[in-house]
Design a protein around this ligand. Sequence first.
Ligand SMILES: Nc1ncnc2c1ncn2[C@@H]1O[C@H](COP(=O)(O)OP(=O)(O)OP(=O)(O)O)[C@@H](O)[C@H]1O
Length: 340
Amino acid sequence: MTAAIEVRDLRKRYEGVQALDGVSLTVPEGSFFGLLGPNGAGKTTFISILVGLVRKSGGTAEVFGYDVEDDYREARDAIGLAPQEFNVDRFFPIREVLEHKAGYHGIPADEARERADEVLKRVGIYEKRDTRFDWLSGGMKRRFVLARALITEPDLLILDEPTAGVDVQLRHDLWDLITELNDGGTTILLTTHYIEEAERLCDEVAILDSGRIVAVDSPEDLMDRGADRIEIQLRNPPAEAPTLTAGEGNVENVELDGNRLVVTARQGGLVAPDVVRELDREGFEIVDLEISRTSLEEVFVEMTRGQETVGGEDEDSGEDDPEKATAAAPGTSGGAGGDR
Ligand SMILES: Nc1ncnc2c1ncn2[C@@H]1O[C@H](COP(=O)(O)OP(=O)(O)OP(=O)(O)O)[C@@H](O)[C@H]1O
């Protein structure tokens, strides 16, 4: 099966900055794939190359087998992009903006109107169809850029920070909608700073750091790489922490905190029964046991330590970035922003 995204040794150098430094990645068709990384890791650059808004400096990038430069049209037609920044024509009613976008992709006028109504209903802002983009609330603007990404019925939906700054209700609505699309066969590429969002939604996650991939795995398997915390309350605690042989090398640390033994171990759920048996053999009486699983966020922070902090809603929007402000034709030296 052709991968939805296949990149090999992808590189992008801006003046003085190596934004992508040899990225190789396969996003299988139909997957719900998360691209995580601290601010400035290169996520938006990666996406911008796929949609033809930034020209790569080296390597190859294909979308459903189409080279993003040589077969620009085919590759671009397969992608729906909901970008981080709003780059919408502000002077037309939003339904017309959708019709123009459909027309640009060769969809006939009457079908374009039908599709526009359908996607506006789907994202829940149909009653605002005659309103200008500027007059929508922040949450409605988020819904609208998703509608615009869906107008071409893309096989690959790219969502760059779709839930940044939206309220809990809308976040859940967006999750439901995106999950529904994925269940229907649409491949999803999601970037988000809400790591628990990726943990919840994605079946595979790539962690990008300073332009390089540091890990690709399912959230579950990534979490297995982090250390869980097993807290065991003892009725008869020893004077100092015992040395444990259980856990087949997964135990990283054992500490005594009053009558609680705190064991740090990878795959805590698997290790805990062995630890309990060993303590039992040694004559300790266990009163209580609690396992706290490491979160994907903790693993992420560990893997990207030393980089900028994981932001919330107000990370650098890149608005000063000239490449993100002006659209450029394929084959030029860069340019970003126009959702084409
Ligand atoms: N047009 C540009 N000119 C020069 N440097 C740029 C340009 N666009 C991005 N960069 C730099 O490339 C690096 C990667 O930026 P990019 O926007 O791709 O990261 P990101 O992972 O999307 O970050 P964020 O999470 O903050 O959106 C950063 O160091 C950024 O400053």
